[in-house]
Design a protein. Structure first.
Length: 221
């Protein structure tokens, strides 16, 4: 029996460690993880970038799974290559699902004030994290948000806010947390809702997400 190949794309600035707790039956599925590439320039289009990521895919008709900005990216990739299925987690299916505050950030260009320098140099700012909760968050950032190149961060944030997709693609499977603080559920339509799931539920609800992924990956037309 041939295995189904699944390619995973992480969230903005995240590395592929975010998928370390995802578990699917090895006899049925083979998992592949795509790291972020550096943009060729700040002006590289999302379509050009998606084409470069597609060149990393070694199997025909894979399933694509993307988290957050990775969810946007796998939708762009699905316009270039044939896929069995596209599954997005903690993401959006069109720019209509962006919350008002992010639309406002786009219109006012406030995103240019995003502290990409802080993410890029989080070790330099660690002494500002006084309490244990913030220290733990800083440790998580260091572990999972390791793609800290300033040009990449600016490019990625711009492309989230300026994504031109006005209508959802057909047959997208959307898994979304009911307590997602980045893309609130009230703006999201037609998703598989995860109780108490936050934007980082790929880490703390991996068992639940693994079950949903297994079920959806087996439902191939």
């Amino acid at each position: 029996m041939s295995k189904t190949h699944i390619y995973f794309v992480p969230g903005l600035a995240a590395n592929t460690k975010i998928f370390e707790h995802i578990s699917l039956p090895e006899e049925q599925f083979e998992l592949h993880f795509l790291d972020w590439l550096m943009p060729t320039s700040i002006n590289e289009t999302i379509q050009e970038y998606a084409l470069r990521l597609c060149s990393k895919i070694q199997h025909k008709n894979p399933i694509l799974v993307g988290v957050s900005f990775g969810g946007i990216m796998v939708q762009e990739m699905s316009k270039i290559i044939n896929c069995k299925k596209v599954i997005i987690i903690s993401s959006i299916k069109s720019n209509k699902e962006l919350p008002k505050r992010l639309r406002l950030a786009q219109i006012t260009k406030a995103y240019k004030l995003f502290p990409s320098k802080i993410i890029a140099n989080i070790e330099s700012y660690e002494h500002y994290f006084f309490n244990d909760y913030l220290k733990k968050r800083a440790e998580l950032y260091k572990m999972y948000l390791s793609v800290r190149n300033k040009e990449y961060l600016q490019w990625a944030i711009y492309n989230v806010l300026h994504w031109q997709q006005k209508e959802p693609l057909a047959n997208i499977v959307h898994i979304h947390g009911k307590k997602d603080e980045v893309f609130p559920i009230k703006y999201i339509k037609n998703s598989i809702e995860v109780e108490n799931g936050t934007h980082v539920m790929i880490l703390n609800k991996a068992k639940t997400i693994s079950k949903i992924l297994e079920k959806e990956c087996l439902l191939i037309d």
